[in-house]
Design a protein around this ligand. Structure first.
Ligand code: ACO
Length: 332
């Protein structure tokens, strides 16, 4: 057992995206779409797609290893591994257990969380409780997804939106005043049908949305998700700031889930901030689900957009439906 600390911070970040690039022009050859439609409606120009022999656990492992190195630790130092994913290699073992084996993190407990694109915020909120209580010292939280494996590649409504990737953070106790200052998690299961990926049980109404050979692919009502996303991104950010008696003017950078540049712009408008205060890499990767926020955070740090003392908002939404935000005073 480790002594309890009141402050938990992100002390390392890492990410990995597959090498294979699929551009909008490549998709023009596969479905009735155009580079112009995709770019103007979503902001996406290209995405990365994993090779067959690189499952979610493999890209999660690489991102996790990089985050551990960035934190100046070794896998043996890690007490807990949480992988946020909706595209696990298998139902069992969990992706976190597979990552634990690849890392050789033999002392770590390991489990997955499923909160779709909000997964990283859920994962880091859960992991930080273990450090707050003193139960664990070092936690690795990974957001990793390969939506390419569950896309209906003839459905232009979904196949143009997603890409594969993994991002990771290492959490540890940090000095007072730094670290994760507040989080805000939410869910509305009654709206779950607007974004679904069936698995063991496939209700009749889900069969009706898909071709029989594609019952386990992603389906969504894009415009419902869009409206929900703009609303909850702004609300979750404001709630977490309110808890600290801070407001949006105190924030240096917002790192949101990257689903659609118009969702990001809509949330910025509701929050009353310039888009310059918001980090976006959606043009390069599309929507990488649970990996989006973690990859964006890692890139923002490496690009020097985040420095010690900065106030950062991580905010996302996703299937479930779920949403979440975290306010972080950067400690490195
Ligand atoms: N290329 C060309 N036309 C297309 C394409 C495409 N790839 N996709 C849809 N269209 C067509 C539609 O069929 C429709 O045609 P119709 O009017 O003849 O029926 C037309 O374009 C307009 O469709 P809209 O739905 O009005 O387009 P919109 O501007 O709303 O954009 C989009 C659609 C991009 C899906 C948007 O609604 C969106 O981004 N929603 C949020 C999705 C999201 O974030 N999902 C991830 C959630 S995270 C998670 O947990 C996995």
């Amino acid at each position: 057992m480790i002594q309890a600390s009141r402050n938990v911070g992100i002390v390392g970040t890492g990410s990995y995206v597959p090498e294979k690039v699929v551009t909008n022009f490549d998709l023009e050859k596969m479905v009735e779409t155009s580079d112009e439609w995709i770019k103007t409606r979503t902001g996406i120009e290209q995405r990365r797609i994993a090779e067959e022999n690189m499952p979610t656990s493999e890209i999660a492992y690489i991102a996790g290893k990089r985050a551990i190195e960035d934190a100046g630790l070794t896998p043996e130092d890690i007490d807990l591994i949480i992988v946020a994913t909706i595209t696990p290699d298998m139902y069992s073992p969990s992706t976190a257990c597979r990552v634990q084996a690849k890392l050789g993190a033999s002392k770590a407990a390991a489990f997955d969380v499923n909160a779709a694109c909000t997964g990283l915020i859920y994962g880091l909120t859960v992991a930080s409780q273990f450090i707050l209580t003193g139960y664990y010292k070092n936690a690795l939280v990974i957001g990793a997804d390969e939506l390419s494996r569950i896309l209906e590649w003839t459905d232009r409504n979904t196949c143009v939106l997603f890409g594969d990737g993994a991002g990771a953070v290492v959490l540890q106790a940090v000095d007072n005043g730094y670290g994760i200052l507040s989080t805000n998690l939410g869910a509305d299961g009654s709206m779950g049908d607007v974004l679904t990926i069936p698995s063991c049980y496939i209700p009749e109404h889900e069969k009706e949305k898909r071709k029989p050979e594609n019952y386990r692919t992603i389906w969504m009502d894009g415009s419902e998700v869009f409206k929900f996303a703009v609303r909850v991104m702004a609300n979750a950010t404001n709630r977490a700031l309110d808890d600290l008696n801070l407001d949006i003017n105190d924030v240096n950078l917002i790192v949101p889930h990257q689903a659609n540049i118009r969702i990001i712009e809509g949330a910025a408008k509701r929050l009353g901030v310039s888009v310059n205060k918001i980090y976006s890499n959606i043009h390069r990767y599309g929507n990488m689900s649970a990996a989006s926020i973690a990859v964006a955070l890692d890139e923002a740090v490496k690009e020097g957009r985040i420095n010690k003392g900065d106030l950062i908002v991580l905010v996302g939404f996703g299937g479930g439906l779920t949403w979440g935000s975290a306010i972080v005073r950067w400690s490195k």
